[in-house]
Design a protein around this ligand. Structure first.
Ligand code: G3P
Ligand code: CA
Length: 246
């Protein structure tokens, strides 16, 4: 029996509008272990859950998230660009996700989207809200911007943190040994059995992203990764169950 868990990437992005409450609720419904989502800052400093720096691809508004107030962002439709079936779905805010989290036990992987825009002070705001809602034992903070992870470490050493990578630098093992964080989140195509083994030896939890095909999921489970992030949590759970039955 493998112990790999399933986290729903941007909610359940394959079947629902990404980073919306309905996508997160779908992850809960199908029995995922966690959800992954992305956070940015509005012009008035609210923590906004959306993937891109701009609103155009996934919502009915146009422009940078950072240039809109929370009130303005609330007028956006974040569902209909995925499908008319989801018309009226809103852009969520982090506090809303934490309010809903009181009803379940899903893990929450919060990705700080500070790799393109700096969003000064975002780490402090996220840490503050985590503490206010007592979510300390259910969150993992990750970022491609490893300075952001350092900032979280300074502000809240008790919180679980993870290093995100898209492609792996030649010295990745050195970086992992030096940083001594809890989580290693590589893209699934860059992870090798050898790097996986080294990361685990260093004490890391390994959570590759994003695996949707059964053959990719089976390969990663066989290696023994801790979590698989997927756009299709229901299908991934079926794949996992199929493996256990063999
Ligand atoms: O956290 C893993 C994954 O979400 C990173 O890529 O572009 O989907 O935010 P992206
Ligand atoms: Ca993400």
């Amino acid at each position: 029996m493998k112990n790999t868990q399933i986290y729903a990437h941007r909610g359940s992005k394959g079947t629902h509008p990404e980073n919306t409450m309905i996508a997160f609720k779908e992850a809960l419904r199908v029995g995922a272990d966690g959800i992954e989502f992305d956070v940015h800052l509005s012009s008035d400093g609210e923590l906004v859950i959306i993937h891109d720096e701009t609103l155009d691809r996934t919502t009915t508004l146009s422009g940078y998230v950072k240039d809109f107030s929370a009130e303005e962002l609330k007028s956006a439709d974040a569902g209909s660009k995925f499908s008319e079936e989801f018309h009226g779905e809103k852009i969520p805010f982090l506090g809303e996700i934490f309010e809903w989290a009181k009803e379940h036990t899903l893990w929450m992987n919060i990705e700080l989207k500070t790799d393109k825009l700096p969003y000064e002070g975002i780490e402090k705001k996220v840490v503050g809200l985590i503490r206010q809602h007592h979510m300390e034992n259910r969150v993992i903070l990750s970022s491609f911007n490893h300075q952001s992870i350092e900032n979280v470490k300074t502000l809240a050493p008790e919180l679980e943190r993870a290093l995100l990578f898209e492609g792996l630098p030649a010295n990745v093992e050195e970086i992992l040994a030096e940083k001594k964080e809890a989580g290693f989140h590589p893209d699934k195509n860059s992870l090798t059995p050898s790097i996986h083994a080294t990361a685990r030896k260093l004490g890391y939890k390994v959570r590759p992203w994003v695996a949707n095909k059964p053959e990719d999921i089976e390969r990663l489970v066989t290696w023994g990764v801790d979590v698989i992030m997927t756009d299709f949590p229901e299908k991934a759970i079926t794949t996992l169950k199929g493996m256990s039955a063999k």
